[in-house]
Write a protein that binds this ligand. Structure first.
Ligand code: F6P
Length: 357
């Protein structure tokens, strides 16, 4: 008999349900007897003892369903050691609930912040197995996270749709793609959607180079330009600011996001008509793509195997096309960002894509 606690934490993404289903199906098919405690809204459920008993039936029919059947919330790691408004020690509360329910392990699905807390719980003596979710694909220790490919599909579709209207009107169009810290999603959707200019957080841009690239296209007979801009794209000048100064600039800037600032600058410098489209949370929504359904199921299956073997303290990852077990302490606190010198960036540049650098 295994008593398993399960939770999804941080921003949701496609295939969270597929991954949980993968874990539970694997365990059920092994003949293992189980009690499953589903904590509601991420770590919050574990802190406040808010859970639902689940059976195999709860995981039936959810392979194709987006979101998470458990609900999720953001519980910032930097506040995890701080008592809540009622003075409750969150870490102690999580340990207490884990012990009270006599859990054998916790299955935690999440991204970067979630993994920091998962590793903390591991170091506090809890048995933890994690699964890498996020549309940002920025988790260290895995080449791919589930949710990413589904979001690439949606962001690419947005760029595809913009292409036709941009061509009709002969306009410059900016599509803002999710990703405050890393540009994997923008890079992939940008390349897949045939963007002419791609601006990423990892490669600070010079607005004059962006404008030059637009003008060159026009000189060469193109009527329109598509720019894929990551939420966290940053100009060369802003990249020189200290963290504090940059935060202050963001707080006081008159534009709702970087894309609108870039649009205003292009308009001013070139006199061209610029439009901005922000697909936003649409990128995290809807049904997982077939790739993510398979991928999340495979990761979930390996997590089930870890639990059967009683091997804890691992994230199930994907490295060089193999499903692997990565020690949690190696994953926590590290970001996997786009290397400006990566071959994919060089290849994109050879295709004529401008990164504004
Ligand atoms: O971490 C995933 C992500 O979707 C990022 O790409 C995005 O910047 C952020 O979450 C949005 O967060 P929220 O859903 O809290 O607005």
């Amino acid at each position: 008999m295994k008593r398993i606690g399960m939770l999804t934490s941080g921003g949701d993404c496609q295939a969270l349900n597929a991954a949980m289903r993968g874990v539970v199906k694997t365990l059920l098919n092994s003949g293992e007897k189980m009690e499953i405690y589903g904590f509601i809204d991420g770590y919050r459920g574990l802190i406040y003892g808010n859970y639902r008993m689940l059976t195999g039936k709860d995981f039936s029919g959810i392979l194709t369903v987006g979101g998470t059947i458990l609900g999720t919330s953001r519980t910032p790691f930097k506040l995890i050691r701080e008592p809540d408004e009622n003075g409750i020690d969150k870490v102690e509360a999580m340990k207490k609930n884990y012990k009270k329910l006599k859990l054998d392990c916790l299955v935690i699905l999440g991204g970067n912040g979630t993994h920091k807390t998962a590793n903390l719980l591991r170091s506090e003596g809890l048995n933890v197995v994690t699964l890498p979710k996020t549309i940002d694909n920025d988790l260290w220790g895995t080449d791919m996270t589930f949710g990413f490919q589904s979001a690439v599909d949606i962001a690419t579709n947005a760029i595809d749709c913009i292409h036709t209207t941009a061509a009709s009107h002969g306009r410059v169009f900016i599509v803002e793609v999710m990703g405050h810290k890393v540009g994997w999603l923008t890079l992939n959707a940008g390349m897949a959607g045939g963007a002419d200019i791609i601006l990423l957080p990892e490669i600070p841009y010079d607005i004059n180079k962006v404008v030059n690239a637009i003008e060159m296209r026009h000189k060469n007979g193109s009527r329109f330009t598509i720019i894929a801009v990551a939420e966290g794209a940053i100009s060369k000048e802003d990249a020189k600011l200290s963290k504090k100064e940059y935060k202050e600039k963001l707080r006081t800037r008159k534009y709702p996001s970087v894309s609108y600032e870039v649009a205003a600058q292009i308009q001013e410098k070139s006199g061209r008509e610029v439009r901005v489209t922000v697909p936003g949370h649409v990128q995290r929504g809807g049904s997982p793509c077939p790739y993510d359904r398979v991928f999340a199921s495979r990761l979930g299956s390996e997590a089930g195997r870890l639990i059967m073997e009683e091997k804890y303290g691992f994230m199930v990852g994907y490295v060089n096309r193999e499903i692997v077990r990565v020690p949690l302490e190696d994953v926590a606190g590290k970001l996997k960002s786009v290397d400006p010198d990566a071959t994919i960036v060089k290849e994109a540049k050879r295709l004529g894509i401008c990164f504004g650098d």
